[in-house]
Design a protein around this ligand. Structure first.
Ligand code: CLF
Ligand code: SF4
Length: 493
């Protein structure tokens, strides 16, 4: 039996769940790569086991797996100048939207409701709206309740690090394999410009004294996690003229102390959010400034470039938010966990992933074989699964890839307004999409009409749907080879 092309849409829609089950139960496998592992050759198998289904710790996994956050931890022990407590924790969450705060019991019900309906769900994260380690009782109670029913769900937290060291042993006991610490400085003088105060050992500390304590506690927490084999991701908020240059130093420090990933995120600063930085005119970095810094950091602690700065109650694949479908008022008091969708999805994805890995490595070899020093920036409309499977007019985010002598790399995303609403495209929206795609050479999507295609072409961006539903890297390699290899340009109109 040959495997059908899998679009995330077909896998997750309840209407096609029977089809998903049929594929999952089918005997044998016609996949060219059945049994292939997506594990990178250089990665330790134990580490791969921990990250292979985690959408934040593996760029590859983020095409297939989803996270959800439950907003159970509203209290915080520090003040960041980019945070207004009325909103979500800006360490891990886009400020500007108030979350639905939950008790641990409500959180348990919500996680079960999502697990029953969203087969991609693999990770439960607690990322605010305050600090997961400071508001520890609620964090712990939530994890214990959920893990006792959904045994294979990965538990993940995000913290500012001040109270982390007090809970590392319990995190290890609960099998929490993934901890994010937000570290914006290793120099307390810079820290004093970011943190006006912290609350530690029953009293408030301010200025350099506060930043020094926070720094020491963050390093201690990181070292304790590394000693226990817990994977640590460091989030750093890039604040122009405050810590942007300094983040190279942060990268070195955290690498030396065993951090698995470093995620540099742009400051989100808007006066409407009422934050200190927002109200005092501190700007965030441009996309180019962020990319330039990330490029400079290559070679140090491994970088995460696919972060979406999620809300503290986000649900779904990174880049999508299905939170509104799962508000607590829509969830029954008596809900029970049904593993069938998640299990069937995992079986299908395991096969699909093997094929994807083979296709990807062939694509990278093709790009390298072109022997060109040129690069191409390609924006892709996708719903996941590593395929070009979203219409231009429906997408709210393009994934951006760079093809160059080094291969094919995911380098970020560009958020856009949805162009097509109610069957019609809006010109003003198209203008804003074109502006958001500045610097992009080619747009790949499953379908695009002549009107937006022509207007993109006028702006110097080639848009095409001939590679629709194929693997992203395969299309990119064909385009790159056609453009810079010895073959003439083909099939790109
Ligand atoms: Fe959530 Fe964070 Fe865990 Fe992921 S998010 S607690 S590590 S499960 Fe991921 Fe969202 Fe970026 Fe965070 S994309 S903001 S990095
Ligand atoms: Fe706000 Fe999070 Fe900073 Fe606490 S750690 S002040 S909740 S951004």
């Amino acid at each position: 039996m040959s495997l059908p092309t899998i679009s995330l849409e077909s896998l997750v829609s309840s209407k096609s769940f029977d089809k998903l089950l049929t594929i999952a139960k089918s005997a044998g496998c016609a996949s060219s790569s059945c049994g292939s592992s997506a594990k990178p050759d250089e990665m330790d198998s134990a580490v791969w086991e921990k990250i292979k289904d985690h959408p934040c710790y593996s760029e590859e996994a983020h095409h297939y797996f989803a996270r959800m956050h439950v907003a159970v931890a509203p209290a915080c022990n520090i003040q960041c100048n980019y945070c207004n407590r009325k909103y979500d924790c800006a360490n891990e969450s886009r400020p500007g939207v108030v979350s639905e705060k939950l008790t641990p019991d409500q959180a348990r019900r919500k996680v079960i409701a999502v697990a029953n309906e969203v087969p991609q769900l693999s990770v439960l994260g607690i990322a605010g709206p305050g600090d997961a380690c400071y508001d520890w009782k609620k964090t712990k109670a939530t994890f214990e309740r959920v893990a006792s029913e959904i045994r294979d769900i990965k538990l993940c937290i995000s913290t500012n690090g001040l109270a982390l060291a007090d809970h590392v042993a319990e995190l290890a006991d609960m099998n929490v394999d993934h901890v994010t610490i937000t570290i914006n400085m290793v120099d307390p003088e810079i820290g004093a410009k970011i943190y006006p105060w912290i609350f530690y050992n029953h009293r408030r500390h301010t200025g350099i004294d506060a930043a020094r304590i926070l720094h020491k506690r963050q390093m201690l927490g990181l070292e304790m996690l590394t000693a226990r084999g817990i994977l640590t991701k460091i989030n750093s908020v890039m604040i122009p003229s405050v810590n942007d240059e300094h983040l190279t130093e942060v990268n070195k420090w955290v690498k030396e102390r065993g951090a698995f990933l470093h995620n540099v995120m742009p400051l989100i600063s808007d006066p409407a959010h009422g934050t200190h930085f927002g109200l005092t005119g501190q700007r965030g970095p441009t996309a180019l400034e962020l990319k330039t810094l990330q490029d400079r950091l290559e070679g140090g602690a491994k970088l995460m470039r696919h972060c979406r700065q999620c809300r503290a109650d986000a649900v779904g694949l990174l880049g999508e938010d299905r939170g509104k479908e799962f508000t607590i008022d829509q969830i029954s008091d008596e809900i029970t966990y049904d593993a069938s969708k998640r299990e069937a999805y995992r079986e299908v994805v395991a096969r699909e992933r093997g094929d994807h890995v083979v296709a990807k490595s062939e694509a990278v070899a093709t790009v390298k074989a072109a022997g060109s020093s040129k690069s191409l920036l390609i924006a892709v409309a996708t719903k996941g699964g590593g395929r070009i499977n979203e219409h231009f007019g429906h997408t709210t985010e393009f994934q951006v890839y760079e093809a160059s002598q080094r291969g094919i790399s995911f380098i970020g995303h560009r958020k856009v307004e949805q162009y097509c609403l109610g069957g019609r495209g809006a010109d003003a929206t198209l203008d804003s999409i074109i502006a958001a795609l500045k610097g992009i050479d080619i747009v790949l999507c499953a379908k695009i009409g002549d009107c937006p295609k022509d207007q993109l072409a006028e702006a110097g961006i080639r848009a095409m749907d001939v590679y629709g539903y194929g693997y992203i890297e395969t299309a990119i390699s064909a385009l790159y080879a056609a453009e810079f290899g010895s073959e003439p340009l083909a099939a790109t109109a």
